[in-house]
Design a protein around this ligand. Structure first.
Ligand SMILES: [Zn+2]
Length: 259
């Protein structure tokens, strides 16, 4: 069975998108349009794997059309371009609601205070194989560079949760990276918490100060959305993410931060 899946994957990885799909993707997700040419074939192949292997489902009356699938898979694929990527093995289903949904949970407000009760969410990642997204937020955040990208955020949580723990450290490919990661991310996380307390204008938002897991998922968003700013503010975080994802968005020419 593994052999068959391997063969099927190999074929999917070699299958390009159609011209129509490419046009839809370019229009819907400028981040994917900014990819250097050398990564395009790989990116399209990873998208084919995700589209074939994951179950995409509209919820709350939403019907998913091909452009929506491309927008989600296209951005999720950005985190799986590296050699040896395993395509979110724990993930079965991507559930998409029309708009932000309400959950009952503990949550942090903008001043860092904890509340219990209903909280509005634009996305969630569950350890048991599900990513939940609000289409309204996917659509808004994918089309412009504003530092927020719910698709990148929730799929980053999937990477983090793959080892069974949402602790801001994903399964890493080398011993050297595994050794460096916790200290680099912990010190950046604490720096961000200090910045928040002093109400300094910072790259990361209040949600990222909540836990190392939220800091990591937000760092992945900023890595793509404002790569040069992240490189300046948290040089080690940028270089570890670049090494892990095998990408350097700061060198993508179309990719200047819009600020
Ligand atoms: Zn999160």
């Amino acid at each position: 069975m593994f052999f068959l899946r391997g063969r099927r994957r190999k074929k999917l990885l070699e299958t390009p998108l159609s011209e129509v799909q490419r046009r839809l993707l370019r229009g819907a997700a400028p981040l994917c349009a900014a990819l250097p040419d050398t990564l395009r074939a790989r990116h399209e192949g990873v998208m084919q794997v995700l589209l074939a292997e994951k179950h995409f489902e509209g919820a709350g009356g939403l019907t998913l059309d091909p452009a929506m699938l491309l927008m989600i898979a296209g951005q999720a694929a950005l985190l799986q371009l590296r050699d040896g990527a395993d395509f979110y093995p724990g993930l079965d289903t991507v559930l998409v609601y029309p708009e932000a949904f309400v959950v009952n949970d503990e949550h942090w407000d903008e001043d860092g205070l904890v509340h219990e009760g209903p909280d509005e969410r634009s996305g969630e990642s569950w350890q048991r194989g599900v990513v939940v997204l609000s289409w309204q937020d996917v659509d808004r955040e994918s089309r412009k560079r504003d530092g927020y990208n719910v698709v990148l955020h929730e799929f980053a949580h999937q990477l983090d949760e793959q080892d069974g723990e949402a602790d801001g450290t994903p399964l890493l490919p080398t011993a050297a990276m595994t050794e460096r990661w916790p200290a680099v991310f912990q010190s950046a996380f604490e720096q961000h918490q200090r910045n928040q307390r002093r109400r300094r204008e910072v790259l990361f938002d209040a949600n990222a100060a909540e836990s190392p897991a939220e800091f990591f998922a937000t760092a992945v968003e900023i890595f793509f959305e404002y790569p040069r700013d992240l490189q300046r503010a948290f040089t080690d975080v940028y270089s570890l993410l670049a090494e892990y994802l095998e990408l350097d968005p700061s060198s993508w020419s179309e990719h200047d931060a819009p600020r």
